[in-house]
Design a protein around this ligand. Structure first.
Ligand code: C2E
Ligand code: MG
Ligand code: MG
Ligand code: MG
Length: 272
């Protein structure tokens, strides 16, 4: 009898939902081993200026799952954040990026390149975050002024005084800060004034239809003007067509990232 009821109870679950909850749990369990099993990798996507010169790259995490193949960061970063795994994973990303920076700093052709690293809010808020960044820079001998930390608006909303303090400490060593996915969060514009930011990255959702959607065009235009008047470098994300790039250039944006310029790639394939 009880068994039958238990069986009936399953009716209340949408089978798709049940699978996805299970899948998430499985994926999270697998993610626990991903670092130790060397399934994580960093790919790099170039950022280009208005003359076509590559100024730097963004480091983008990739997970090669033994059965599922490549799992998108959009899927596993939220899991890593919920489980706290983003802390060791984010630390590993920083080591890898610093090692790459150090290698490039010894090669004259690549010595000026910057590497932008995405930092999750929980990672940034760890009490030892400053120490970890300093440790990796020191261990690898990477030039601190070539490291850009990408943070999101959600970070700026939490404990603004402490976040500001952490940013200022890191900035003293030359580390730069970019505000990622700008325009998609809920942060107040006053943060732009109070925090030591160097770059604004316009979210790709505004770039996609910048040529056809008047509202997107108005938003992008306004972000560019805002960034320029605050003395910030403005980077357009998700640039896929030459027409988008031309529009951006015509409206005063001189830094681009997107499939038009190059897809994220393993480091060996970057400059081929
Ligand atoms: P993001 O930091 O905004 O990175 C840009 C995303 O846009 C990347 O997705 C990139 O592959 C994609 N992209 C670049 N150019 C184009 C384009 O022209 N068209 C389109 N449609 N997409 C483009 P990806 O690699 O899947 O990463 C997704 C997000 O995952 C990142 O967004 C970032 O928030 C997060 N992420 C990636 N790596 C890390 C990491 O090491 N640490 C943390 N905390 N988050 C990461
Ligand atoms: Mg980013
Ligand atoms: Mg972004
Ligand atoms: Mg993002």
């Amino acid at each position: 009898q009880a068994k039958a009821e238990g069986g009936n109870a399953l009716r209340f679950f949408n089978p798709d939902m049940q699978t996805s909850v299970l899948e998430r749990a499985n994926l999270e369990a697998d993610l626990h081993h991903a670092l130790a099993r060397r399934e994580l990798a960093l790919h790099y996507q170039i950022q280009v200026d208005q003359t076509g010169v590559t100024t730097g790259v963004e480091a983008l995490l990739r997970w090669h799952h033994p059965e599922r193949g490549w799992v998108s960061p959009a899927e596993f970063i939220p899991l890593a954040e919920e489980s706290g795994l983003i802390i060791p994973i984010g630390d590993w990303v920083l080591t890898q990026a610093c090692q790459q920076l150090a290698r490039w700093s010894r090669q004259s052709a690549h010595a000026a390149l910057t590497i932008s690293v995405n930092v999750s809010s929980i990672q940034f808020q760890q009490p030892d975050f400053i120490d970890r960044v300093e440790y990796h820079l020191k261990q690898t001998q990477a030039p601190p002024d070539r490291l850009v930390l990408e943070v999101t608006e959600s970070l700026l909303m939490r404990e603004p005084t402490r976040v500001r303090h952490t940013m200022l400490k890191l900035r003293e060593q030359g580390i730069r800060f970019a505000l990622d996915d700008f325009g998609t969060g809920y942060s107040s514009l006053s943060y732009l004034k109070r925090l030591p930011l160097d770059e604004l990255k316009i979210d790709q959702s505004f770039i996609r239809e910048v040529l056809t959607d008047k509202a997107d065009a108005a938003i992008v235009d306004t972000i560019i003007l805002l960034a320029v008047s605050l003395g910030l470098v403005v980077v357009a994300e998700g640039v896929e067509t030459q027409a988008q790039l031309n529009w951006l250039k015509g409206h005063g944006c001189y830094r681009y990232q997107g499939y038009l310029l190059g897809r994220p790639k393993p480091v060996d394939a970057l400059f081929e």
